[in-house]
Design a protein around this ligand. Sequence first.
Ligand SMILES: [Zn+2]
Ligand SMILES: [Zn+2]
Ligand SMILES: [Zn+2]
Ligand SMILES: [Zn+2]
Length: 315
Amino acid sequence: MAPGGSTYKEVLESHSTVTDYDIAMTKADTNLTPAKTTAGLGGKKGISSPNGVHELLECPVCTSLMYPPIYQCPSGHTLCSNCKSRVHNCCPTCRHELGDIRCLALEKVAESLELPCRYQSLGCHDIFPYYSKLKHEQQCRFHPYNCPYAGFECSVTGDIPTLVEHLKGDHKVDMHDGCTFNHRYVKSNPQEVENATWMLTVFNCFGKQFCLHFEAFQLGTAPVYMAFLRFMGDDNEAKKFSYSLEVGGNSRKLIWQGVPRSIRDSHRKVRDSQDGLIIQRNLALYFSGGDRQELKLRVTGRIWKESELWKDNGC
Ligand SMILES: [Zn+2]
Ligand SMILES: [Zn+2]
Ligand SMILES: [Zn+2]
Ligand SMILES: [Zn+2]
């Protein structure tokens, strides 16, 4: 993979990547569940979701489940706080003036409920206290993934097999079998860094799928190219893999070794954390050889499973 004889070799450290893993995970529970409600988490007083009570907790206006503060009109019609802010102080059910009356009884009932995860039909069979259900659902492994395609916002979600089909069919993404790759990226006008998001390639190996992104963007004031790998699955599984990328020319070489990031982390987030092989444009043009008018980069790489490497070394 890394033959001797290169006169210039630089191994980028995998910096600044660990800290921002947690941001997306903790964001979820700060919004809708005020601190006081978390007291109910460990409670043993659960009622196993009798349907009638569950229905009472559905906002009659938007049909979402209601979380504190839950409001009611003077006649007792309930609604969620989102809807309350939209109905101009007029009860949507009876048209009377709404006021600011909390429905504390219903909030208390909610606290005693236990409900199935909303992804039950996708395979999650866990039951949760009402106020920790939302938090779980953000992290639930059956939570559908967002489409990993970069370049424009794609709203398709689904499980991995669905997304693989979607990438092939709708985004015309290149699919490769195998754990090594050797790609050439050619661009005739390398001065155009804006909007130069290049195609994604998907690799099938170890029975899993990995997305190799290669693109150009402006890092601060410097135009750069960046290559990085994302894992089509959850973070805990992504961490079992490693990958390396090499790019070079003119007897120089850059090598990157990293851990693929889960596609739960957005493409943008990975890019902004610079968790990948970054090549300054000047160096990229130098690697390209010739008269620096055209970008011709050869990126090679390999994906491996960490445990297998240990096995190899152990023998
Ligand atoms: Zn509502
Ligand atoms: Zn009313
Ligand atoms: Zn779940
Ligand atoms: Zn898509």
